[in-house]
Design a protein around this ligand. Structure first.
Ligand SMILES: Nc1nc2c(c(=O)[nH]1)N[C@H]1C(S)=C(S)[C@@H](COP(=O)(O)OP(=O)(O)OC[C@H]3O[C@@H](n4cnc5c(=O)[nH]c(N)nc54)[C@H](O)[C@@H]3O)O[C@H]1N2
Ligand SMILES: Nc1nc2c(c(=O)[nH]1)N[C@H]1C(S)=C(S)[C@@H](COP(=O)(O)OP(=O)(O)OC[C@H]3O[C@@H](n4cnc5c(=O)[nH]c(N)nc54)[C@H](O)[C@@H]3O)O[C@H]1N2
Ligand code: SF4
Ligand SMILES: [Mo]
Length: 875
């Protein structure tokens, strides 16, 4: 499509890095955009490997290419009519309230605007919620309580201008890697102090001056203690509070009543905050995903309001958003308790205003069901048609088994997705192929309120269409032609911008009236800009509230009295450990895209239950063993990784694996549906569990070109990337060899319980190979994978294959687990370099192997490896 380089935005995290995509001889290359203010040319491993996923989409059966209705391929006309007819039938029979939408912060603003308008304005159902409920809802609620609007007051530069940066419940090094790079550089250049507040010792602690390993869920007590301390040492800005803030006395009284957590470093932390005017507090899911998430947010905001450190250069609270367009979704009112353009569904004036603007008589106002309740209503049969876009709730919602039951029971499930197989789509009656990154055209808003363009550089795969187009077609088919005349994303953007300014008069912080009249060419060329951008302006606004004037009607900020409370469910005799859940550096959520990149898959090929040595010993678990993790809700199976990063009594589980990629690795099954009573956000970070050994008669490794049915095995994990899929396996009963096709070669060593098999296709190519052993087989996985790329298998290869070892001195030695994804350097290479001798530093390793010289997010891991590789000092 494009024959010149185009500027666009990364589709992963909320940092919102600008990218330049340039054509090469056989595809495209991606690089950081040096002119984009979010990243100034930097990238992380996920952004840098975007073309791996695009290539995998083109070369394998990855993408959903055609609409499918009831399992049958159809054209768009038929699919659009099927959606419109089924929704209309439900409305006619059961009323609009029986229709639900569950959407996503991975939609573009234009898509998001269209679906909200159709659902709330024209179909007339309030039941539109988004995966941001699992992500940002507590922050939205906390911002509204404190400021009167959902506003992030700061800008990324504040991380570089601060003297103290406090990271609360944020693993910035892995989840916002480019911001972490910026903070690291500032720390190096000007000595910024960094404090990490996180029960785990994460990779982010690598550049922290202080790590507070607080007990899970104790953030309110920590920040209440801080507020009380600020009062004691007279560090509250009384004049600022007098002029701009209400609620100090009540908040302070509540704060004094709490006891700060008894962990190392708290006093030093309090002292630093009290004496450092330029303090930025960054917070993320360790704060939001809690049954007290909103109170945690307000405990943090209270400290900033009391000290007047809001929206000033280097002094501000800073919620970092997760998804690329988490912020845009909040602007268009994607949550069930919001209306478009920051209007309030409970305010009759706002409802009336929006009804007039949209000419939407069906807009009812009032709040809709929030994600967890929405799926409960689906299961109970009250929601009869559900349209899911750009999210994979079967995997990511709590109560995974109940969510699957809800989807199975729902008479009409419509799913719009890019890929052809997701856990959620398996329940869909109608599947709609959506255009993906590189094909889509529109805008996203990042954590610092910066609106950036995503521009297409290639045509959509197959018959895929952009989400806004699909919604528009369905709206027209339902009879709402006049309200959905959009021909291009610019039409939607201009309407969205105009609505933000409509009868605003400074009442709503979100105002981009200055962009309401963009001509198509100006929209195409739109440079990244931070809202608000009121009519008559175009420069945007870096910071808000620096003048002490807040959005509440009286213009004051509000401190909220909050108290520390226990999490919804506590550890018990039966479930003695607390599971904390979150992310890996190189995977994105349910892995539908990052799972396609061999480089990204290599960092953590399997899901791990990370636990403290004491807990592992108590459970009789060795490092690398398989374990069954059970909560009151369900069970998963993972491999054990023992380490000191977890506090005793706590384990960490990754959120990424699904039923598509594992036998039982989807942790949504474990998470109970407890939610924060204000925000409705689930408590995903505090799940009482027990961990027990999963003993298996054999462990195995399978590489196969075609999909293999592994139903019945207690453990399998699939890496979908590369020329063949790689499966780690374990089982008790004999492996069902007959599930694979081809001429079979066998080798068995019954005495040692070892068996090796290979299947050769008619054309002489290797089609599968299997290694079984009493313990996890030690095989050169990389060498094997390369055999699948070969056209034919030589006699020597066959022999070596059954010997189970790469030939000595062979060209492809095992690189081990990949540590540095950017430079594709494995553990083996780093260990080999380290074994070379000398007191090596991470920089030395970089010079010797290249590891750590790309985005730098693996440097903590390299240091960790070096610390183990050091020769033991003779006693
Ligand atoms: N690599 C990668 N990056 C991503 C994503 C991804 O999937 N992969 N997803 C994106 C999205 S949507 C989001 S929302 C962000 C999330 O970004 P983060 O919030 O940084 O990531 P998480 O790993 O979910 O959780 C952060 C930390 O909270 C800690 N924590 C748990 N309980 C508590 C507690 O009670 N108090 C405190 N203070 N901390 C606690 C956990 O130990 C964890 O280290 O990442 C974004 N970036
Ligand atoms: N236990 C636990 N659970 C969690 C979390 C946790 O920390 N712990 N984190 C929560 C958080 S913060 C989040 S944000 C959620 C994320 O959870 P999900 O949103 O469910 O995860 P994704 O894998 O990002 O799902 C996005 C889907 O949209 C598809 N897609 C991508 N681009 C497009 C597009 O342009 N259009 C359409 N129609 N589809 C597209 C992808 O293929 C994929 O299937 O998970 C939440 N769940
Ligand atoms: S930091 Fe986030 S936005 Fe930037 S390249 Fe990495 S994943 Fe993409
Ligand atoms: Mo998120």
């Amino acid at each position: 499509m494009a024959d010149a380089a185009i500027r666009t935005t990364c589709p992963y995290c909320g940092v919102g890095c600008g990218l330049i995509v340039s054509p090469t001889r056989d595809g495209w290359a991606v690089g950081g955009d040096p002119d984009h203010p979010a990243n100034r040319g930097r990238l992380c491993s996920k952004g840098a490997t975007l073309m791996d996923t695009v290539t995998a989409e083109d070369t394998g059966p990855v993408r959903l290419l055609h609409p499918m209705v009831d399992g049958r391929r159809t054209g768009w006309g038929e699919a659009v009519n099927a959606v419109a007819d089924r929704l209309a039938a439900v409305v006619a029979e059961h009323g609009p309230d029986a229709v639900g939408f569950y959407v996503s912060g991975q939609l573009l603003t234009e898509d998001y605007y269209a679906v909200n308008k159709l659902a709330k304005g024209f179909i007339g159902t309030p039941h539109v919620d988004t995966n941001s409920r699992l992500c940002m809802a507590s922050t939205v609620a906390g911002h509204k309580r404190a400021f009167g609007a959902d506003v992030v007051p700061g800008t990324y530069e504040d991380l570089e201008l601060a003297d103290l940066v406090v990271l609360v419940g944020s693993n910035l090094a892995w989840c916002h890697p480019v911001l972490a790079q910026r903070l690291r550089a500032a720390r190096r250049d000007r000595g910024t102090k960094v404090v990490v507040v996180d029960p785990r010792r994460t990779a982010t602690c690598d550049f922290a001056d202080l790590h507070i390993a607080l007990p899970p869920g104790q953030d309110v007590a920590l920040f209440n203690g801080l507020l009380a301390h600020l009062d004691r040492v007279d560090a509250i800005d009384r004049e600022y509070v007098l002029r701009h803030v209400s609620g100090l006395d009540e908040a302070l009284a509540a704060a004094r009543a709490d006891t700060p957590p008894d962990v190392e470093g708290v006093e030093l932390f309090y002292h630093w905050v009290a004496t450092t005017p330029k303090t930025v507090t960054v917070f993320s899911q360790g704060v939001n995903q809690s049954s007290r998430g909103t109170d945690k947010v307000n405990a943090i905001l209270n400290v900033h309001l009391a000290t007047g450190r809001v929206g000033l250069p280097g002094a501000t609270p800073f919620s970092v958003t997760g998804q690329p367009n988490a912020m845009g979704g909040r602007e268009v009112g994607g949550l069930a308790n919001q209306l478009a353009a920051h209007m309030n569904p409970d305010d009759p004036h706002d409802v009336d205003r929006l009804r007039r603007f949209w000419r939407a008589p069906n807009l009812t106002g009032g709040q809709g069901l929030k994600a967890v309740e929405l799926f409960e209503a689906v299961r109970a049969g009250r929601i009869k048609a559900l349209w899911i876009m750009a999210t994979n709730p079967a995997v990511s919602l709590p109560e995974g088994d109940l969510v699957r039951a809800a989807l199975a029971a729902c008479p009409t499930v419509i799913v719009s997705d890019m890929v052809t197989d997701t856990d959620t789509q398996r329940f869909a009656h109608i599947r709609l192929p959506a255009a993906g990154w590189g094909e889509k055209d529109g805008t996203v808003t990042n954590s610092e309120r910066r609106i950036s363009r995503q521009r297409p550089f290639r045509a959509p795969a197959g018959e895929a269409k952009p989400d806004w187009w699909i919604v528009t077609q369905v709206a027209r088919a339902m009879g709402f032609e006049t309200a959905f005349r959009y021909r291009a994303p610019v039409d939607l953007f201009r309407e969205h911008a105009a609505l933000s300014a409509f009868e605003n008069d400074g009442l709503r912080a979100f105002d981009i009236g200055g962009l309401a009249n963009l001509k198509p060419r100006a929209y195409d060329a739109l440079a990244p800009v931070q809202w608000p951008v009121p009519a008559g302006t175009s420069a945007g606004t870096a910071r808000l509230y620096g003048d002490g004037r807040y959005t509440h009607a009286n213009g004051r900020g509000r401190m909220i009295a909050v108290r520390q409370e226990a999490p919804a469910e506590r550890a018990s005799l039966r479930f003695p450990l607390v599971a904390n859940t979150g992310r890996y550096r190189d995977q994105w959520h349910t892995m539908t895209r990052t799972g396609l990149s061999p480089r990204l898959a290599a960092h953590r090929p399997e899901p791990l239950v990370e636990m403290h040595p004491e807990d592992a010993a108590a459970a009789g678990l060795a490092d690398g063993a398989l374990a069954r993790v059970t909560s009151r809700r369900g069970e998963v199976v993972m491999r054990v990784a023992i380490g000191e990063a977890q506090r005793p009594g706590e384990v960490f589980l990754p959120m990424h694996w699904s039923d598509t990629l594992s036998a039982r690795g989807s942790i949504g099954r474990l998470v109970p549906g407890h939610v924060d009573s204000v925000s409705g956000q689930p408590e995903s970070k505090h799940v009482p569990v027990r961990v027990e050994p999963l003993r298996a008669a054999w462990h195995g490794l399978l590489l196969a070109r075609a999909p293999v049915d592994l139903a019945g095995l207690p453990y399998w994990v699939k890496q979908a990337a590369g020329p063949c899929a790689v499966y780690e396996l374990a089982g008790d009963e004999a492996f069902p060899l007959d599930r694979l096709d081809g001429e079979r070669l066998d080798y068995a060593d019954a005495r040692h319980g070892i068996a090796r098999h290979a299947w050769i296709a008619a054309d002489g190519r290797l089609s599968a190979c299997l290694f079984l052993a009493p313990e996890r087989p030690e095989v050169a996985r990389d060498w094997l994978r390369d055999l699948f790329a070969a056209e034919t298998l030589s006699a020597a290869d066959r022999a070596v294959l059954l010997a189970g070892r790469a030939p000595e001195g062979g060209a492809v030695a095992e690189s081990g687990r990949i540590v540095c994804s950017c430079m594709a350097v494995g553990l083996a290479a780093i260990e080999a370099a380290a074994a070379g001798g000398g007191a090596l530093t991470a920089e030395d390793i970089g010079r010797l192997t290249g590891a750590g010289t790309g985005c730098g997010s693996c440097v903590p891991e390299i240091k960790e490896i070096l610390s183990h590789a050091k020769p033991a000092v003779a006693a």
